[in-house]
Design a protein around this ligand. Sequence first.
Ligand code: ATP
Ligand code: MG
Length: 140
Amino acid sequence: MAGNRTFTMIKPDAFAAGNSGAILKMIEEAGFKIVAMKATQLSSELAGKFYAVHKERPFYADLCKYMSSGPIIAAILEKDNAVEDFRTLIGATNPANAAEGTIRKIFATSIEANAVHGSDSDENAEIEGNFYFNQYERVK
Ligand code: ATP
Ligand code: MG
């Protein structure tokens, strides 16, 4: 059975552009409940840890630099079928390929600066949520 939680980040490009509020509004209107949320900034080292799965990819160094370039918002979200439904809401990695009306289609500026992160599995949603939040910081 699909899990009911996912993890998201509003990435530095969207945060800096002042789009956090509009993105959170779309997330809530799509039926996701915010279980935990914080504004923070990653060091390059922590960005590298978060995206360690991509460390052999050619864009890894740039990704770490970009993800640590400014403040972000990290959040745990709850909804039935959360991981899959959230990936649908955000759209394809490359905004050029993202469906109309998706968050990345509306707010992303490039394949790298693509406005939001969304977990790709229930297992990673749990790992990524735990990366940012301890048990006291979450709505039960
Ligand atoms: P995310 O994990 O952030 O939700 P995603 O699952 O859609 O994105 P991944 O393949 O996991 O895509 O890539 C992680 C992130 O690395 C992308 O969101 C984007 O910021 C960056 N990225 C991916 N592919 C490229 C690329 N070809 N060139 C530059 N940056 C890229
Ligand atoms: Mg991914």
